[in-house]
Design a protein around this ligand. Structure first.
Ligand code: ADP
Ligand code: ZN
Ligand code: MG
Length: 515
């Protein structure tokens, strides 16, 4: 289990595993699909992403993941008296870039506030966040779920800093230990809050996928979910289809994988419908996804909700952004996934499906374009990269960034297949060898003797031989059984180990048989 789940799980005084266990059974009566169909879910996501900076948000400590506990700390991020925070310029730039990438309006003036609460992993006694004046507002993200495109509203994007990490060990009262690591304290985050526009777990999944892709493209965050660089809280309510008012929502905290998000939403929607159908009412509360039990469980109800006593942080200046600065950020923006996909469709004449696959990451899109730039025709290049290459990388557990096959080498292979130097079937064999050995297409083709046989004389000799050895099938063919033609073609291909030019084989076999 990822440590932060534990940390959050233990946060909030009212959480008690014993009471949770006894309450969950009544929480979730089974609901039939007919009943489910009468309801509609309403979902809003709050996503935290760690900004990809070298140093922390308000001090110069390293953000490096996995360093020795408490080695990356200083008076500022430990909240020692008298220490003064200074905003990391790079963090602000990344947050501005993220804002533009999700179509948010950057506010000319925003402000950091102190969100006060007590917890051992929060040495300052407050989190620095933005409250009443967020960095940017009113954006949208276009998603595609179940074949339909929809625009999902983004309420706000604001900057904040992260807390430390607690580790708990042991269960017996006499032998229980807690450890604290402040390395993550003060690491810069952005929080992106969506409008309650999502209606199904599939849409929520698509929203998080698209947002992750945008943050990766813009290099705002590495979005490494295992390391906690991307975390998601889901707000869910249900209402009868056609109702105009939203139902009471529950918030499911700390969904740190796509699978957990889907499963938690599916569970929570059914649970809420069950409660309502049984004549109960949903209470507004914070819940947690229990991975092992496969259910959401209450963590704290609204009556236990924290009063954070927000107030503007007197140690930090308000953030003011001029239109000139916004223009500068806009100019530094890379091409975004949706625009790239559109361009691929337009410029390369490939299928929308291939365009989607090839633009799934910036590295893959760059690789594909390098293959085309090295001389491979676009359509076959798309097929090779989205098909054979991705399959191979997946099988060997490699990332496109560590692809053993350089783009120009793949281009050479594709050109060889396209101009008939080798057959498509040989192409796959050559590809596998190139991938394994790092040899060039020319080397593999020569070494394996895989050059396509395009000499009509050679093919004719083989065809005559096959015909001679199979008089019965020849008789069948001549008495009108056209189906047997395929047999002869297959035999010739086999004799040439698949290296004969297929069109030529067809022509020659037809001619020899009709003699
Ligand atoms: P809170 O004040 O409880 O934090 P917010 O209004 O700030 O609630 O909304 C937090 C998140 O919950 C947002 O993503 C929002 O879209 C979502 N949300 C708000 N109301 C509902 C609702 N009735 N059902 C589902 N999600 C909701
Ligand atoms: Zn520090
Ligand atoms: Mg809120």
């Amino acid at each position: 289990m990822w440590e932060n789940t534990r940390r959050k799980r233990l946060r909030g005084g009212c959480y008690n595993p014993a009471t949770v266990m006894s309450r969950t059974a009544q929480d979730s009566p089974r609901v039939t699909s007919e009943v489910m169909a009468r309801y509609e879910a309403v979902i809003g996501l709050e996503v935290h992403a760690q900004l990809d900076t070298v140093t922390k948000a308000f001090c110069s400590c390293s953000t490096n993941f996995g360093d020795a506990p408490n080695s990356n700390t200083c008076p500022v991020c430990l909240g020692l008296p008298g220490a003064l925070p200074v905003l990391n310029k790079r963090a602000l730039q990344l947050a501005l870039r993220a804002s533009l990438a999700i179509n948010c309006a950057i506010q000319p003036r925003s402000r950091f506030a102190r969100k006060n609460y007590f917890y051992p992993d929060l040495p300052k006694g407050y989190q620095i966040s933005m409250y009443e004046l967020p960095l940017s507002t009113s954006g949208w993200i276009e998603i595609e779920a179940e074949g339909e495109k929809r625009r999902i509203g983004v309420t706000r994007l604001h900057m904040e800093d992260d807390a430390g990490k607690s580790l708990h060990e042991g269960f017996a009262d006499s032998d229980r230990w807690s450890y604290i690591d402040f390395n993550r304290c003060g690491v810069p985050l952005i929080e992106i809050v969506s409008e309650p526009d999502l209606r199904t777990p599939a849409e929520a999944y698509a929203y998080l996928t698209t947002l992750k892709q945008i943050l990766e493209y813009t290099e705002v965050s590495d979005c490494n979910m295992e390391e906690g660089s991307l975390r998601c809280d889901a707000n869910v309510s249900v209402r009868l289809r056609g109702a105009s008012k939203f139902g009471t929502k529950a918030e499911v905290k700390n969904l740190n994988s796509f699978r957990y998000l889907s499963h938690a939403l599916e569970y929570e929607i059914e649970r809420q419908i069950g409660v309502i159908e049984a004549g109960g009412a949903i209470v507004q509360e914070t819940r947690l996804w229990n991975v092992a039990a496969g259910r959401t469980e209450p963590m704290r109800s609204k009556e236990f909700a924290h009063d954070y006593r927000y107030f503007p942080d007197p140690d930090l200046l308000p953030v003011t952004i001029s239109t000139a600065e916004i223009d500068q950020v806009r100019r530094s923006m890379p091409e975004l996934p949706a625009a790239k996909s559109q361009r691929f469709l337009r410029d390369y004449g490939i299928t929308p499906y291939d365009a989607g696959v090839l633009t799934s990451t910036r590295a893959l899109a760059d690789y594909f374009e390098s293959v085309v730039r090295a001389g491979a025709p676009a359509k076959p290049a798309a097929n090779w990269v989205a098909g054979e290459l991705l399959r191979r990388l997946k099988d060997s557990g490699q990332d496109i960034l560590a692809c053993p096959l350089p783009a120009p080498a793949l281009a050479e292979l594709i050109v060889n297949v396209e101009n008939g130097q080798i057959t498509a079937a040989s192409g796959k064999k050559v590809f596998a060898k190139m991938f394994e050995t790092g040899k060039s297409a020319a080397e593999v083709i020569a070494a394996e003797g895989l050059s396509q046989i395009s000499d009509p004389g050679a093919i004719e000799r083989i065809a005559r031989d096959v015909v001679q050895k199979n008089p019965r099938n020849v008789a069948k063919y001549r008495s009108g059984n056209e189906g047997v033609f395929k047999f002869f073609v297959g035999q010739v291909m086999r004799e040439t180990r698949g290296q004969a030019n297929p069109q030529l084989v067809n022509d020659v076999v037809k001619r020899v048989l009709s003699e």
